[in-house]
Write a protein that binds this ligand. Structure first.
Ligand code: SF4
Ligand code: SF4
Length: 120
C-alpha cells in the first residue's frame, strides 16, 4: 500500500479528529492519570467523555476531536497516550476513510491528478 509514505508530522492529525472513539483500558487510565499528575478518580471525572452500556470508558467520542490534541496538532499526552493510539496507523485500517483524507491532504494536487490518471 502507498499509505506508508504518509508523514504524520505533515498531517492535520486527522486520526485524532475523525477516526472514531478512543477507548481507554484501566492501564491506560492509570498511565494517563499519572502523566497528568491526577488521581484515577480525578482523571475519570475530568476526562472520560463517554461510557458504554458495557462499562467501557472513552476519552474521545466518535465525532469529536480528541480533547488531548494540541493547537500545534500534536498529542499533548503523547508519552502517556492510550494503547489504541499507539497502534493506530490510518493506512492499516479496514475502513479507509481517514487514510483517503490524509492522503488527499498530503499529496500536491498535480501529483494527485497523475496518480488518479494511472488508476484509470
Ligand atoms: S491520519 Fe494518518 S497520516 Fe495523519 S497523523 Fe494520523 S496516522 Fe498519521
Ligand atoms: S490521546 Fe493523543 S494520540 Fe490519542 S487521539 Fe487523543 S490526541 Fe490523538
Amino acid at each position: 500500500m502507498t499509505g506508508h509514505t504518509l508523514d504524520c508530522l505533515k498531517c492535520p492529525s486527522l486520526c485524532c479528529r475523525m477516526a472514531g472513539y478512543v477507548e481507554v483500558t484501566r492501564a491506560d487510565i492509570r498511565r494517563l492519570a499519572k502523566f497528568l499528575g491526577l488521581t484515577v478518580p480525578e482523571f475519570e471525572r475530568r476526562h472520560i467523555v463517554e461510557r458504554t452500556r458495557k462499562g467501557a470508558k472513552r476519552i474521545k467520542s466518535g465525532y469529536d476531536t480528541c480533547q488531548f490534541l494540541g493547537e500545534d496538532r500534536m498529542c499533548t499526552v503523547y508519552a502517556g497516550r492510550p494503547k489504541d493510539c499507539r497502534g493506530y496507523f490510518c493506512w492499516d485500517q479496514a475502513d479507509t476513510t481517514v487514510h483517503e483524507f490524509a492522503r488527499f491532504f498530503q499529496t500536491a494536487p498535480g501529483a494527485l491528478r497523475a496518480e488518479e490518471a494511472k488508476d484509470r
